[in-house]
Ligand binder design. Structure first.
Ligand SMILES: *Cc1c(COP(=O)(O)O)cnc(C)c1O
Length: 248
């Protein structure tokens, strides 16, 4: 797809409109839903175009690719951009990720959270404390999905083990657990498959707010094909690539 700033502005306006409509359908404040432009595989030209259009939340799924793009930014642009890590994080890249990203959506084990907590301690002069994170949860049972395995959400037999892990993560002093992220299966069956997945994550969040007696406000859910359903089910971050830029 040839790049065209006017067309990008039009796409952003359309998506923002759909976000607003979905929020209103579920009696939510549209401002409680933030659009993350997913720029993975797209060149820096597009990141700059998104920023120029007033979108300051940018998502990448690989540490290396984000690192290369951030290196191309001016210090002023870096200060204005919130980079989100939405892809799987390997332990050996945790240090680099903690330095680069405003929010890591893909924490998938207590061990990884503990490693990050130690890194934040060691890098106190370069990493803000506490470090904001989300826990990625696989509630759909799709084997290809990363995250804590919790098919069916609160009804999973391993629920209490999951609660124990989340409690331990919430107690790490230099980590700020803000909520949860999930990826729904690709399916045409919105009511039978997609919506139940988002609802299951929201139920997981609601139950943990009770158990831990603290707010866990963020739900990162919804992509190009399903962000409106996700908003209806409580999403606060939608991660949109294809609907903004066309197919990768
Ligand atoms: C690529 C990606 C997205 C964006 O997907 P689109 O369908 O292009 O909007 C969202 N979330 C994650 C985790 C991704 O890897």
């Amino acid at each position: 797809m040839p790049f065209d700033q006017a067309q990008l502005l039009e796409q952003i306006a359309q998506i923002q409109h759909r976000i607003d409509q979905a929020a209103q359908r579920s009696q939510r404040d549209p401002a409680s839903v933030r659009l993350i432009a997913v720029t993975k595989t797209h060149p820096m030209l597009r990141v700059n175009a998104v920023l120029a259009a007033g979108i300051h939340d940018v998502g990448e799924n690989r540490v290396q690719e984000a690192e290369e793009k951030i290196a191309l930014q001016t210090p002023e642009a870096v200060a204005q951009t919130r980079w989100h890590l939405i892809g799987h994080l390997q332990r050996n890249k945790a240090r680099r990720a903690a330095k680069l990203f405003s929010l890591i959506h893909s924490i998938d084990s207590l061990k990884l959270a503990e490693i990050l907590n130690r890194i934040v301690d060691e890098e106190a002069n370069v990493i803000p404390q506490p470090l904001p994170i989300l826990l990625q949860v696989n509630v759909s049972g799709e084997r290809s999905k990363d995250g804590f395995e919790l098919t069916g959400g609160v009804r999973n037999p391993a629920w209490l083990d999951f609660v124990a892990d989340v409690r331990a993560i919430a107690q790490l002093p230099l980590i700020d657990l803000q909520g949860f992220m999930t990826i729904a299966p690709y399916s045409d069956d919105v009511e039978g498959v997609v919506r139940p997945c988002f609802r299951a994550l929201r139920d997981v969040r609601d139950a943990l707010e009770q158990q831990l007696d603290r707010p866990l406000p963020e739900l990162s859910m919804g992509m190009s094909g399903d962000f409106e359903v996700a908003i209806e089910e409580g999403s606060t971050f939608v991660r949109v690539g294809t609907a903004l830029f066309g197919a990768r």
